[in-house]
Design a protein around this ligand. Structure first.
Ligand code: SF4
Length: 434
């Protein structure tokens, strides 16, 4: 079966392309052309039907929610609840990143429980299997990497973060620059780096990149080139090791596209806000416009407990500058495994950030304009229709009902809008009436 990119290159329009065109209110020919050029992807899997979601040029910024057990907390029911919470609260995609328990069973349960495209990081399972079977991740047999990738494709995973861009040159950069303030924070990146150094071998995923691509292409799964050397501290952002990996990933994105696989490139990480635009420009220029997936990003290291807010600042700027896809961050980031309620909070922050970015990137301002009119008119029903979180908004208003039902308890009788609006409304221009 041809992949979406192969169909697009042959001039064919798939049902998935039609769906994206309708959802995004764009001409389907524009969707097809951007897929053909590798600027737009549809996370897919020939073995599993899921919600059709487009990511890339001209589209709304999409939001991913990550879930998964850890080696300390293995509660598959809680992970299933987190997956449902993510879907109910508007996640566009889900990443299943379990590292504890029966990984195959957890993944299959999650895939059966939601209709979202589900992503994974297959390296985790390969290294954890080596720990279980051989007592050490450093003894991982590279063949197992390819088996795990194949198995997860067969199970129905729609996009995989795979750390192909870490190679001997990247690691040499890390050493020559004097390592890092914040060390390495990508689990897949850390496992792979340790394995390469200990075994004095090249990264099998880089060395046999064509094999990785061929497996994903066969199932039409998106290959998301992992940012294994992303900075885990703002002091390390955009350093030579990170940019080296970005260069390699952009090169690999082109090779993968040419082989007929849908490709995406991942970005930081921790990054101060004045470096976000440069990272987006570099990735877009070097990859010929491949979709860019930003992890957070976090523009400060000291917001522990409120990292979802920090990430929302970084994500809104990333999206405004052209990032296509953002991964949410939850309040317990850096501190503990998230609970279902954290998923909801993290998603709310990321969805706000994505919208703020889209207001710049796509000039999506209609809802904001409608909201301003509804607020001026004290039209509460319309406000709830237009806002991002209607239930939350209505429940807060209901919990503190005003004596004058026209206004709210914030100002009560001193409601500025109520005091002055009738003086000026006769002068309202047509475009401001709403
Ligand atoms: S009472 Fe204050 S906060 Fe509430 S609608 Fe009026 S001006 Fe806005």
């Amino acid at each position: 079966m041809p992949t979406q990119i192969e169909l697009a290159r042959d001039g064919n329009i798939s049902d998935e392309m039609e769906r994206v065109a309708v959802d995004e209110n764009l001409p389907v020919e524009e969707i097809r052309e951007n897929i053909a050029q590798g600027r737009l992807i549809i996370p897919n899997n020939l073995n599993r039907k899921s919600k059709v979601v487009g990511i890339g040029r001209g589209l709304r910024t999409k939001v991913n929610a990550s879930i998964g057990t850890s080696t300390d907390i293995v509660d598959p029911d809680m992970e299933a609840a987190k997956a449902r919470t993510a879907e109910e609260n508007g996640a566009d995609t889900l990443m299943e990143l379990s590292t504890g328990g029966d990984l195959d069973r957890i993944r299959q349960t999650i895939l059966a429980g939601v209709n979202l495209p589900v992503g994974s990081v297959p390296l985790y399972q390969a290294f954890l299997y080596a720990i279980k079977q051989k007592g050490s991740a450093l003894k991982m047999d590279p063949e197992y990497l390819f088996e795990v990738i194949e198995k997860q494709c067969e199970d129905g995973i729609s996009f995989m973060a795979i750390h192909c861009g870490i190679n001997r040159i990247t690691l040499e950069r890390l050493k020559r620059q004097g390592y890092r303030h914040g060390g390495l924070v990508s689990r897949g990146g850390a496992y792979m780096s340790a394995w390469m150094i200990e075994n004095n071998r090249e990264n099998p995923l880089y060395e046999h990149f064509d094999r990785v691509v061929e497996i994903l292409r066969k199932h039409d799964v998106v290959l998301s080139l992992g940012n294994g050397l992303r900075a885990g501290a703002v002091e390390d952002s955009s350093d030579r090791a990170q940019i080296q990996e970005l260069i390699i990933n952009c090169e690999l994105a082109q090779i993968g596209q040419d082989m007929g696989c849908q490709m995406m490139v991942e970005g930081p990480g921790h990054i101060p806000i004045d470096e976000i635009e440069a990272n987006v420009i570099l990735q877009k220029r070097m990859s010929r416009g491949a979709p860019f997936y930003m992890l957070g990003p976090l523009p400060t290291d000291i917001a522990a407990g409120y990292d979802h807010i920090s990430a929302a600042v970084g994500a809104s700027l990333s999206s405004a500058f052209g990032a296509d896809f953002i991964c949410y961050v939850t309040p317990p980031e850096h501190l503990a495994l998230p609970a279902p309620e954290d998923v909801k909070v993290g998603l709310a922050a990321a969805k706000i950030a994505a919208h703020i970015g889209d207001m710049i990137k796509r000039k999506d301002r209609d809802r904001d304009r409608r909201m301003s009119h509804a607020r001026r008119k004290l039209d509460w029903e319309e406000q709830f229709r237009v806002c991002l979180f209607p239930q939350q908004a209505a429940s807060i208003r209901d919990s503190r009902s005003p004596s004058n039902t026209k206004t709210c308890t914030m100002c009560g009788d001193s409601c500025a809008l109520n005091i002055v609006d009738h003086y000026f409304s006769p002068y309202l221009s047509e475009d401001k009436k709403g």
